[in-house]
Each structure stands twice: as C-alpha cells, then as structure tokens.
Design a protein around this ligand. Structure first.
Ligand SMILES: [Zn+2]
Length: 412
C-alpha cells in the first residue's frame, strides 16, 4: 500500500479479538488467559485466609476486573476446542479458591454454590443463545438465513449454527411457546407465551392452549358464528383433558361461544390426516414457527438469562468477616486442616486420629465430642447444640463456631 508492501499475517486482532488462520482461537484464548491471571494477582493481595476483604468484596473484584477478560468475545470463539476453554475455566477455579479461602482439594461445585458464581461454560452458553436470538430478531442480518437453514452436517468442527441449535433444543421447554390463530377470513394472529422457569413441556402446552382459548373469548364478538379448531401435538395434554384432569382448560374451552369447538391432536412434523382446514393451518403453523418471533429481543434476553441464573441462597455466611468465612466454609466442606482430611490428601501426618487418641479428627468430632476442647465448648455453648446449627445456623451461631475454633487455637 503506497510504498510499503503488505505483509502476510497469520493472525490479526480486530476489536480486541485475535483471529488466527484456522479459527482455532488458540492465540486469543491464550492471551486472554494471561491477562486474566495477571489481574487475578490483585485479588490475591486483598485477602489471606485469616485477614482481609470478605467474600462479597473479593467476588465483585473478580467479576468486575478478571471475568470480563475470560469472556470477551465468547460468542465468537465459543466453538473453540474444549481444551482451550478449560484453560480459562482454570483461572476462574483459582479465583473461587481465593474468594472462599478454601483448600486446593475443595470441590469446585461447592465453591460455585456458596459464591453463586456460575461455571464459565454456563455463561458462554447463555451468551451464545442471546447472540443467536439477536441475529434472528435483526431485520436483515446475514446470519439470520444461516440459522434457519438445515445444516449439511459435513463440517467436522462445530459451528455457531449447530451449537446454538443444540442449546435451543436443550432449553426448549423453558423458551416461550408460540400460539397461532387463523380466522376463516384468512386473518392470522400469532402470540408467544413465556412459560416461566420451572415449566415442564406438558405444562407449557397446556398454557398455550389456555392462552389461545382466552384470546378467542376476549375477541369473540367478530367471530361468534364460527367453528373453532384447536390443534396441538401434545397428546398427554389431550388425554388429561378427556380424563377431566385439567378443569381450568376445560372450563375455558367450554365458555367459547362458537358453533362448534374442536380440540384435535396433530402428529408433530408429519402429514396430517383430517380435514383440509386443519391440515392447512397446521402447515401454516409449522412454517411460521421458524420465521416469526412474537417475543421481542429484550424479552427473550431476559428469559434466556433467567434460565441460566440461579438465585442466591439465603445464608448468614455472607455477613461474616473474612477469617470467620474461611473457617465456616472449610468446616462445612470437610476440606480443612483437621487430621482426617490432611492425612487423606497430603500424608504429611502419621494418621487420621485426633491428638486425644479417641477418634478420627474431623469436623464433627472436633466441634461436638473431642474432650480436649471441652472447656471452650462449654464456655461458648451453655447446652449441647446440634452440628447443623453450628455450621448452617443464623449469623450468631456461625460466629460462635468461628470463635470456638479460634479459641481452641486449632488451624482449620
Ligand atoms: Zn479429639
């Protein structure tokens, strides 16, 4: 260009995402990992196991400063090999260990649960689904057609289209159900009903029928002397309806003021035996199903996010100070420096036995029965207290337990 020759490059960075020649995303993921690890070191300086910032502060530092690097552009590179993804997941696992002050052996799921930080893979799925929905909602994005086409299945490597379609199938029952109404005059109506988080497929189909029936009732004036045909491929819902197990749906359908109301089962995705009308309508429905999206992008985004989010559990653990949090979490998981665990994991000590020589030293023995700590136990709890209360009780219960551990001078 001008006087300088254009050189061949194997990779190019565009908007912060490094594209390599074969789209393996290795370069991009490696540099993202390196940046994230560097940032994670800041978090490490904020707390040790018995001093410093608590879980809430450390979590927001991680989510604000480190995680964005692990996720940037993920809807582009989420088709990369599993091993590349794992490199990033390892950074989050390390962050979880810093946030909870847990030992290296602690199961990742336990740390994810207490901090309510979801696995990165789950968040990547969520982002990809949102991205696919966005393409579908945009008026003329080139990807819109691609997502609709049937895949050829020749490509060995996974593609965005294939992956998001699989995700769509996986979460099918939580995504909004579509309802299509066609009137004799050819007028058509389509609606979608968000069926909520814990809605089964069966429940969703029932909801859809109910919604359609209600719609006809509310707009019945113009359509009073007509025949109404409900077509559904949910056989189980129809069976329940004939056995009087869905009174609400039954009542609603009965209250439609029409010449004749019919509920008919149609086999999904194949030719339909029945009257012409039904056939035509079902086909309409089947084609519309892919093309129109009655739910807006923002609504879909909220629904997809709600599928992937688990609400934070109520737990007094979150109000404790850093040293208390570390103690409680270690006692809860059993991954601590009491002899039973230490012997199993590291073998640096001769056996799992407690110094009192009466039993193995584990959380229960230490908190409840060990005679070496009898005095401190009686001082803190004036009566025998169940272990569940000591580990999962209210804020005061947890603080007592932490105080007991500190006063016995035992390292957990
Ligand atoms: Zn003991």
């Amino acid at each position: 260009m001008g006087n300088s020759p254009i050189t061949m490059e194997d990779q190019q960075t565009y908007l912060g995402v490094t594209f390599d020649k074969r789209l393996t995303w290795k370069q991009h993921i490696m540099s993202a990992e390196a940046i994230a690890r560097r940032k994670l070191n800041i978090t490490r300086k904020l707390a040790g196991t018995n001093w410093g910032a608590n879980e809430k502060v450390l979590k927001s530092v991680y989510e604000g400063n480190v995680r964005p690097h692990l996720e940037y552009g993920s809807s582009a590179w989420f088709t990369a090999a599993k091993s590349h993804h794992q490199a990033l997941d390892k950074v989050q696992n390390q962050a979880l260990r810093i946030i909870t002050g847990a030992m290296k052996s602690t199961p990742i799921a336990r740390m994810e649960e207490i901090t309510n930080i979801p696995p990165l893979s789950k968040r990547r799925e969520c982002k990809a689904m949102i991205q696919a929905t966005k393409y579908k909602c945009l008026p003329d994005h080139p990807m819109k057609e691609r997502l609709k086409q049937l895949s050829s299945g020749r490509l060995k490597r996974s593609s965005f289209t294939l992956e998001t379609r699989a995700l769509q199938r996986k979460h099918q029952e939580h995504l909004p159900k579509q309802v299509y109404i066609e009137y004799p005059n050819g007028e058509k109506q389509s609606m979608a009903i968000p069926t909520g988080l814990h809605c089964s497929n069966y429940k969703a189909e029932e909801e859809a029928l109910l919604h359609a029936a209600n719609y006809i009732i509310n707009n019945a004036e113009a359509h009073e002397n007509i025949q109404v045909v409900f077509l559904t491929d949910a056989l189980s819902v129809l069976q329940a309806l004939t056995n009087n197990k869905l009174p609400q749906l039954e009542r609603t359908i009965y209250s439609i003021k029409s010449l004749k109301t019919v509920v008919q089962w149609i086999p999904s995705h194949c030719g339909i035996i029945g009257n012409e009308k039904a056939d035509k309508l079902a086909k309409e429905g089947a084609t519309q199903d892919q093309e129109e999206n009655a739910v807006s992008f923002t609504e879909m985004k909220t629904i997809i996010k709600s599928i992937h989010n688990t609400p934070q559990q109520q737990d007094s653990y979150h109000q404790l100070s850093r040293p208390e949090q570390t103690i409680i979490f270690r006692l809860r998981t059993g991954h601590n420096r009491l002899n039973q665990h230490l012997y199993r994991v590291t073998k640096v000590i001769p056996s799992t036995m407690c110094p009192c020589a009466e039993a193995e030293q584990n959380t229960e023995h230490f908190l409840q029965t060990c005679k070496l700590h009898l005095a401190q136990r009686q001082k803190i709890w004036d009566q025998p207290t169940p272990i569940k209360e000591k580990l999962f009780g209210c804020l005061e219960d947890l603080q007592k337990t932490a105080r007991f551990v500190i006063e016995t001078g035992t390292q957990v």
